[in-house]
Design a protein. Structure first.
Length: 228
C-alpha cells in the first residue's frame, strides 16, 4: 500500500517566519528536555513521546502515531490533553511515527526543528531517524537530533558548530564521498579534504574555541557533537 504524505487543512497551516518546532519521539526522554520546550512554537508528540509530554503537563500542538506503545487509558489521556490528535494504523502506515511528526512539523511551517526521543535501544529506529535529517536539509530547514549525550546535524555546505556542553565533534559521511571539507576552530583542522563512507577519519575532534566552522563543497556529512 502506498500511503500519501499527510496534508494539513488550510486553517492549520502557519505562515510565520522562523517557527521553531520540537518533536518528542518514543525513545530516550530525559526530564531536562521539558525546559527546552519553553522556546518552541510547535510541540509534536510522536506515540509514547506524546505521553511523556502530557504526563509532564505539556499540551502538544499535535499528538500522532499508531500508539502501539501505550495502553487505551494512556491513549485517552493523550487525546484529552492535546490540541489535536491523529491516529495511524500500525500495519498500513508507511512511515515511522518520527517521520510522520517531522512531515507535520514541516507542513506547519517550521524553519528550525529539534527532535528528542529519536535515539534509544532500537538501533534501526535511531539510524532511520538520523537519515531523516536529509529531508529537512533539502527543504532548507535547520534540524538537529538531541539526546543526553549527543547532538546530530547534517550539512552539505556550511555550518557553525558551538561547543556548548560537548567534548567531541565527529564528521560522518552520509554520501559515498564528501569533498572539499574545510574545518576551522578545531584541534584537527581540515583543508580541502575528502571523507568517504566506511572510514573513521573524522571521529573525535575537539574544539579550540567555543565555536568552529565546517564548509563542504559536495556531498552530505553528519556532524555529531558528543560527550561521555
Amino acid at each position: 500500500m502506498v500511503q500519501q504524505k499527510p496534508q494539513l487543512s488550510q486553517e492549520n497551516k502557519e505562515i510565520v517566519q522562523e517557527l521553531h518546532a520540537v518533536i518528542v519521539a518514543g525513545g530516550e526522554q530525559p526530564a531536562w528536555i521539558i525546559n527546552e520546550l519553553q522556546t518552541a512554537d510547535i510541540i509534536i508528540g510522536a506515540d509514547r513521546g506524546a505521553l511523556f509530554l502530557v504526563g509532564n503537563g505539556i499540551k502538544p500542538t499535535l499528538s500522532l502515531g499508531d500508539f502501539d506503545s501505550v495502553n487505551e487509558h494512556e491513549k485517552q489521556f493523550i487525546k484529552e490533553n492535546s490540541n489535536r490528535m491523529l491516529g495511524f494504523d500500525e500495519i498500513d502506515k508507511d512511515y515511522t511515527d518520527t517521520e510522520l511528526a517531522l512531515q507535520y512539523a514541516m507542513q506547519y511551517g517550521a524553519k528550525t526543528i529539534t527532535i528528542y526521543g529519536a535515539t534509544g535501544t532500537r538501533l534501526d529506529h535511531t539510524l532511520a531517524s538520523i537519515h531523516l535529517l536529509r529531508q529537512t536539509y533539502e527543504a532548507g530547514i535547520r534540524t538537529k537530533i538531541v539526546d543526553e549525550h549527543n547532538s546530530i546535524q547534517l550539512t552539505g555546505d556550511y555550518l557553525e558548530i558551538s561547543k556548548e556542553r560537548y567534548t567531541y565533534m565527529s564528521l560522518i559521511p552520509l554520501s559515498m564521498s564528501v569533498t572539499g571539507i574545510f574545518l576551522e576552530g578545531f584541534v584537527y583542522p581540515l583543508t580541502d579534504a575528502t571523507l568517504t563512507i566506511g572510514q573513521s577519519l573524522g571521529v573525535s575532534n575537539r574544539w579550540e574555541a567555543e565555536c568552529g566552522t565546517i564548509k563542504v563543497k559536495s556531498g552530505l556529512i553528519l556532524i555529531i557533537c558528543s560527550r561521555d
